[in-house]
Design a protein around this ligand. Sequence first.
Ligand SMILES: Cc1cc2nc3c(=O)[nH]c(=O)nc-3n(C[C@H](O)[C@H](O)[C@H](O)COP(=O)(O)OP(=O)(O)OC[C@H]3O[C@@H](n4cnc5c(N)ncnc54)[C@H](O)[C@@H]3O)c2cc1C
Length: 503
Amino acid sequence: MTQSKKLPRVICIGAGPAGLTAAYRLSAEGADVTVLERDPELIGGISRTETYKGFRFDVGGHRFFSRSKEIENLWEEILGDQLLTRQRKSRIFYHHKLFDYPLRPLNALAGLGIFESVRCMLSYFKAKVFPNRDPQTFEDWVTNQFGHRLFSIFFESYTEKVWGLKCKEISADWAAQRIKGLSLGTAVWQALAPSGLRKKGGSPKSLIESFRYPRLGPGQMWEAAAEKVEQRGGKVIMGMSVDSLSRDIETGEWTVSAVDPEGARHDFVADDVISSAAISELVECIEPKPPEAIMTAGRMLRYRDFVTVAIIVKDVDCFDDNWIYIHDPEVKVGRIQNFKSWSPHLVPDPDLNCLGLEYFCFKGDGLWDSKDEDLIRLADEELIQLGLVTPGHVIDGTVIRQPRAYPVYDENYEERVALFRSWLDKNRPGLHLVGRNGMHKYNNQDHAMMTALLAAENIIAGEQLWDIWRVNEDAEYHEIGEDRTLAFSERQVPRQVPDQPDP
Ligand SMILES: Cc1cc2nc3c(=O)[nH]c(=O)nc-3n(C[C@H](O)[C@H](O)[C@H](O)COP(=O)(O)OP(=O)(O)OC[C@H]3O[C@@H](n4cnc5c(N)ncnc54)[C@H](O)[C@@H]3O)c2cc1C
């Protein structure tokens, strides 16, 4: 007689895309799964939907796009016809003009005008005649491809706003990956050559033309996923901030302890724990405490933080892009989302719109610590300064702060993550790291979900079927094929130059 396999009890820390995907998969198998989420109300982590006076918006504008059919199917399965297909439109804003993105040379040169175009062309020819033979930095690399003038117009300001690093401090390999195959010469060739010959010039990395987006914002996906987990017998408990994790060496059983908003403590017991909490935070929860070197490795991981100022405006003459990149260095805003273009259902009044002004910052710097009313005033002033909104058309606004929006890839991060991982593998089996900050990887939703699916499958199988750390490897795009750990993509986060040259 065959005995049915005992399914594990699993705790997932975090109700973001990763935690919920793991719970979704595990609950489908009938496992006893509980998701503990710190936020008292909002599901979805960074991919949640915020609401203000009936206006919905998200932290950044979340495209649902994956090269993995499995992930695309999962989104369909969870949300069905609530998932819209949207055409992508995003342009670069510079000196009161909008430029196509990706850059098209004729469009760029026409927008810049004769005088500036001539300067750009001279600067380009200079870079071709006297290239930097050993480009070390982002600035060196882009200047070699486009000339310094175009670099300073179309690359410098935005890159520095996003990463908080000078382009001289960012290593060249990142530019080589992001902008691969594109130089002004090949771009002009692509624009002018007869279509049959175009491929010979080499094509730049393609940008997706369309993507999926839930009708009511990304949180709708994760609310639906949580509902399905609960229908299958799983639990999703909000307002539970996990602050302690311990494992019984004899039984292998985990006790996960969390505090609710009233300060009451709750203990949960599990065979496995899946964590999407930031490593820097998780390391503080482990009991008994790991050795000092491991604690330091976790604590030293850094993040770039993010502020969205959602501004409600009269919907007059607004750009119709999903978002625009702001390349003007005189303003602090890095990108502006037009939420109505993501989904008209995000806006309750057809005469109004909601714009999301995005400020990249570090927690504790001036921007992060500014009062909400000052940030709203700044956003209003910058919209007018850029000429994107007529004075008097801003009606209201609100501010959302997102700590740890981007894991920072500094010189030491890989070593620190590797140290923490190898200590966990040896000393705390059954604690699985998934997701974005959970693995300190610049994972988008699809990658975060894939890591969670694979972790869930390892738990169900009771063995290490998949190497989760190979998802979204720093490698060329791989078609998903047989090996789901080789699922796609290039590295999207810059590395700092190890020995920075003097400015
Ligand atoms: C500006 C911006 C734009 C983006 N745009 C896109 C996009 O267009 N497309 C895309 O696919 N991806 C996008 N992403 C990435 C996407 O948001 C992430 O990939 C995704 O949210 C990662 O999911 P996660 O579950 O790993 O982590 P998170 O979303 O960070 O969720 C982790 C959850 O764990 C909870 N948590 C943490 N610690 C604890 C604890 N101790 N106890 C209990 N709960 C805890 C948190 O509250 C959170 O809810 C964007 C990200 C940013 C910042």
